[in-house]
Design a protein around this ligand. Structure first.
Ligand code: NAP
Length: 321
């Protein structure tokens, strides 16, 4: 079957080790099933994998991709929950210390077929296309959990979303707007700020700009480049939810500011199967849909990877096998 995979890893030149060619069909173990992939979406995670982050050499070659929507062996339209917990784990899968995402230990979703545990399948609402549904399992689920499980915000609160154009960030804009929050965003790029406003942000600022007032919560995925601004933008007692560190992971912790202003710094990773099911229902009932930057045939996946690596994206890139 056709697949996009890491043949090796390369910290400096991830695209050099990306291969798009034939790989063996999945051979699902007991309790797993095979999904015919109709659409799969790209995440920054896939670039990290090509760089060797979380992907040691002994797991290569590894088919990339955390996110898929498709048809299961019984003909049901499904969304794949990417968090693979160990067999005997019960409860919140993201808290299993041995959990992995598709493409970390088990072959990933950028392929014609993917094997997953049966319990990881979530019904796809008819109202969502396969392309839209394929955007939900990583970026959208992460944004959903950050906002609604971790941030402790209420309708009417103000939330700042750093790096507006990212997959997680653009999802957070749409979700936060529909939840009745006042949505402020930052982006380095004027055109991306305009798009963020069109997507539902109430105000868009240059990265690092002083805000008119302090916010109740910050959604942080950019990391080092925006961390100082996140800390300075937060009201006393406010919450930063952090789920990514694209630009670096060692900013000054500014401990004095953290304790003096009693700031909450909360980590967040992916979401549970139940949260994914709730997110799908939310999209169905509200009519909100993932912002898709472009849809490409899987055979042309290299163009999508290059665009993501260059930051030349707003929303999600989707591949169809
Ligand atoms: N913990 C989890 O479960 C989880 C899940 C999903 C993603 N993540 C992580 O979260 C991060 C974002 O993921 P994504 O898929 O949304 O990535 P993405 O689509 O590539 O977005 C990256 C964003 O970061 C901003 N950015 C990058 N470098 C920057 C810099 N030097 N200064 C300021 N802004 C910068 C860009 O914003 P502008 O160009 O608009 O300024 C861009 O919107 C990644 O590190 C990813 O690994 C974690």
């Amino acid at each position: 079957m056709l697949a996009a995979y890491a043949a090796a890893t390369n910290a400096d030149d991830p695209l050099a080790v990306l291969e798009i060619s034939g790989r063996p069909d999945p051979d699902p173990p007991e309790g797993w099933t095979t999904v015919e992939v109709r659409a799969a979406s790209l995440n920054h995670h896939d670039l990290w994998s090509l760089r060797g982050v979380g992907l040691p050499d002994d797991r290569l070659p590894m088919i990339l991709g955390c996110d898929a929507a498709g048809v299961d062996a019984d003909g049901n339209e499904v969304i794949v929950h990417s968090v693979i917990a160990t067999d005997d784990w019960r409860g919140d899968e993201t808290l299993d210390p041995k959990r992995t995402l598709l493409s970390e230990l088990h072959q990933g979703a950028l392929a014609e077929r993917v094997a997953v545990p049966r319990r990881n399948l979530v019904p796809k609402p008819d109202a969502l296309s396969f392309e839209q549904a394929a955007c939900l399992p990583t970026a959208w689920l992460t944004a959903y959990r950050m906002l609604f499980t971790k941030a402790g915000v209420q309708p009417g609160d103000t939330v700042l979303i750093q790096g507006a154009s990212g997959g997680v960030a653009s999802a957070a804009i749409v979700l936060a707007r529909h939840a009745g929050l006042r949505v402020w965003v930052t982006s380095r790029d004027e055109a991306k700020r305009e798009k963020a406003l069109a997507l539902g942000a109430h105000a868009a600022f240059e990265s690092g700009a002083r805000l008119p007032e302090r916010v109740d919560a910050v959604m942080e995925t950019v990391g080092e480049a925006t961390w100082k601004h996140s800390l300075r933008s937060l009201r006393p007692g406010g919450t930063i939810v952090v789920s990514g560190s694209t630009s670096g992971q060692a900013p000054s912790a500014e401990l004095q500011r953290v304790f003096f202003l009693q700031l909450n710094i909360v980590g967040s990773t992916m979401g549970t199967r139940e949260e994914l099911a709730q997110l799908a229902r939310l999209c169905e009932t509200t009519g909100i849909r993932p912002e898709i930057d472009r849809v490409l045939p899987l055979a042309e996946a290299r163009d999508g990877f290059a665009a993501l690596a260059a930051g030349d994206v707003f929303g999600k890139i989707v591949f169809t096998p």
